[in-house]
Design a protein around this ligand. Structure first.
Ligand code: NAD
Length: 464
C-alpha cells in the first residue's frame, strides 16, 4: 500500500482528505516528464504560451469559489480573504507573466567595436520549486508563472500540509491543454520529495520558499552542483510608529497585520516599535480592533481570523509566548479564541500582544501566529537600531505624517521592502524579496523575476 498523508480540518481537527505521499521514484518520473516536455514547450512561441496561460487564468476565474474553499479548508484562512484576495490576486499573476512573455526582450544587441555581438536569452529547462503552507495558491503562482511564461517546465512540491489547491490547478491546467510534462507536482515531505528534487541532475534551476533554516540547506545543496537558486525565507518585520503618525491608520494596519491569515505571513509586522508619546493611545486602539475581530472557522462568511494551520503550529506559537513571558515580557492583551463549542478541537490561537525588552525571544524570533511584541522608543536613531538589530531582512514599515522622515527611515531599514504608512503592500511590478536571513537570489513579482528564468548567453563574432 502507498504511504498517505492525512490532511485535517483546522477548525475541528477531523480528517478532510488523505493524499498519496510520493518519494524519489515519483520525483524521477516528474523530472523526466519535465525534461522531455521542455523540448517542445521551449520551442512554442511566447504568444502561444501566453495564450495557453491566459486560458488557464480564465478557467481559474471560473473556479474561483472552489479554489477559495479548498484554500480556506486546507490552511484555515478566512474565506473572505481567500476569495477576496488570495485567489484573485494569484490569478492576476498568471495574466501578468503571460503579457510579459509577449513583450520581453529575448535578444539584446551589443555595440562593441570589431564585433557582431548580442545576448541571447533562453529558458533553462526543468526548474524545481518547493513551497510552504501559508499561501499555497499565491506562492505557486508567483513562482511557477514566470518560469512557465519564459518557456521552462516545472517540477514542484507543495507543503505536505496544504496540497489541495495545487492539485486542483494541475487538473485545470491539463483541461485547458497545457501539455503533459510542463507542470508536474509531487506531494510529500521535504526529505522524501523535496531533497530529491533539489539534487536531481536534470533540474537546472531551483526556487525555495520557506523557513530560513531549511532554505540554508537548499542553497547549500544547489551550491554543490552548482545551479542558480532563489530562496525566499522567513521574516520578523518591524513597524515604527512615530508620534506624528495617524494613529487610527497605524493601529488598523498593524492589528490587521497580525490577524491576516492568523499572523502566518512571512513579511508581516510582529515587532512594533512605538514612540513613547503615543504608546498608550496606540495600544488602546489596537486592543479595541482586536476585540472586535471575529475569530471562527475559516469557511464561515463572518470569520475575519481563522485557526492556525495545525496543532503543531499552535503548540509552537503558544510555546514561544510562554518562553517570552518566562523571559520577563508583560502580557498586554490576550484575545478570546474559544469559539463555538463544536470547534473546540480546532487549532485556534487568540491574538496576543506582549511588551518588554528587545532581548526577548518574542522580539527576536519568527513566531508565525497572531502575536506582536511591543517596544517603546524616544529617538529616531533608537528606533532604527531596533529595526536593524536582527539578521532578518524581509519587510518593515514606518508610520509618520512627515514624509521626508518616512523616506529617510525607509531607506535606512535593512530589508528587501520598506512600506510607508501601510504594511503588507503587494502589486505586480513591485519587486518583493528578502535580504540576509530572509532571502537570496532575486525575489518575485516583477519583470526581473521573468528574466531570472531566462539564461543569458553571449554570442560574439569578431569582424574585420
Ligand atoms: P519549512 O521550511 O519548514 O518548509 C517549507 C517547504 O520545505 C515544505 O514544502 C517542506 O516540506 C520542505 N522541506 C523541509 N525540509 C526540507 C528538506 N530538507 N529538503 C527539501 N525540502 C524540505 O517552512 P514552513 O513551516 O512550511 O513555512 C513557514 C516559513 O516559510 C516561515 O519561515 C515563513 O516566513 C516562510 N515564508 C517565506 C515567504 C517569503 O516570500 N519570504 C513566503 C511564505 C513563507
Amino acid at each position: 500500500m502507498l504511504p498517505t498523508l492525512l490532511l485535517s480540518h483546522t477548525s475541528t481537527g477531523q480528517k478532510i482528505a488523505s493524499v498519496v505521499s510520493g518519494d524519489a521514484n515519483d520525483v524521477e518520473l516528474a523530472v523526466s516528464a519535465a525534461h522531455n516536455a521542455f523540448q517542445t514547450w521551449s520551442e512554442t512561441s511566447a504568444d502561444q504560451r501566453a495564450e495557453l496561460l491566459k486560458k488557464l487564468a480564465n478557467t481559474l476565474d471560473d473556479n474561483l469559489n472552489v479554489l477559495a474553499q479548498l484554500e480556506s479548508l486546507d490552511v484555515g484562512k478566512a474565506i473572505v480573504n481567500a476569495s477576496g484576495f488570495d485567489i484573485p490576486f494569484g490569478i492576476e499573476c498568471v495574466r501578468y507573466y503571460a503579457d510579459l512573455a509577449t513583450q520581453a526582450t529575448y535578444q539584446s544587441d551589443l555595440n562593441i567595436d570589431g564585433m557582431d555581438a548580442h545576448i541571447h536569452r533562453a529558458p533553462y529547462g526543468a526548474c524545481g520549486f518547493i513551497f510552504p503552507w501559508n499561501f499555497p495558491f499565491d506562492l505557486l503562482m508567483w513562482n511557477i508563472m514566470p518560469a512557465l511564461a519564459a518557456g521552462n517546465t516545472v517540477v514542484l512540491k507543495p507543503a505536505e500540509l496544504t496540497p489541495l489547491t495545487t492539485l486542483y490547478v494541475c487538473k485545470l491546467a491539463k483541461e485547458v491543454g497545457i501539455p503533459d510534462g510542463v507542470i508536474n507536482a509531487v506531494i510529500g515531505t521535504g526529505q522524501r520529495v523535496g531533497s530529491p528534487i533539489v539534487q536531481h541532475p536534470k533540474i537546472r534551476r531551483m526556487s525555495f520558499t520557506g523557513s530560513s533554516n531549511v532554505g540554508k540547506q537548499i542553497a547549500a545543496m544547489c551550491g554543490e552542483r552548482p545551479i542558480p537558486c532563489k530562496v525566499e525565507l522567513g521574516g520578523k518585520g518591524a513597524a515604527v510608529v512615530f508620534d506624528d503618525a495617524n494613529i487610527d491608520n497605524a493601529a488598523e494596519q498593524l492589528a490587521n497585520a497580525i490577524t491576516l491569515n492568523s499572523g502566518q505571513v512571512c513579511c508581516t509586522a510582529t515587532r512594533w516599535i512605538i514612540h513613547e508619546n503615543v504608546y498608550d493611545e496606540f495600544v488602546n486602539k489596537v486592543i479595541s480592533i482586536l476585540k472586535a475581530t471575529q475569530i471562527g472557522p475559516g469557511l464561515a462568511e463572518e470569520t475575519q481570523m481563522g485557526p492556525v494551520v495545525s496543532q503543531a503550529q499552535k503548540d509552537t506559537v503558544l510555546g514561544y509566548l510562554d518562553k517570552g513571558l518566562s523571559e520577563g515580557a508583560t502580557l498586554l492583551y490576550q484575545g478570546n479564541a474559544s469559539v463555538n463549542a463544536s470547534y473546540k478541537e480546532g487549532y485556534y490561537v487568540a491574538p496576543y500582544l506582549l511588551e518588554g525588552l528587545a532581548e526577548n525571544v518574542c522580539f527576536k524570533e519568527e513566531i508565525f501566529g497572531p502575536t506582536a511584541y511591543l517596544v517603546k522608543f524616544s529617538t529616531e536613531e533608537e528606533a532604527l537600531n531596533l529595526v536593524n538589530s536582527l539578521d532578518y531582512g524581509l519587510a518593515n514599515s514606518v508610520f509618520s505624517e512627515d514624509l521626508t522622515r518616512c523616506y529617510r527611515i525607509a531607506e535606512k531599514m535593512i530589508s528587501g521592502n520598506s512600506w510607508i504608512n501601510a504594511h503588507n503592500v503587494f502589486a505586480y511590478g513591485l519587486p518583493y524579496g528578502g535580504v540576509n536571513k530572509s532571502g537570496l537570489g532575486g525575489g518575485v513579482n516583477s519583470p526581473e523575476t521573468f528574466y531570472d528564468y531566462l539564461r543569458p548567453l553571449t554570442i560574439a563574432r569578431p569582424i574585420a
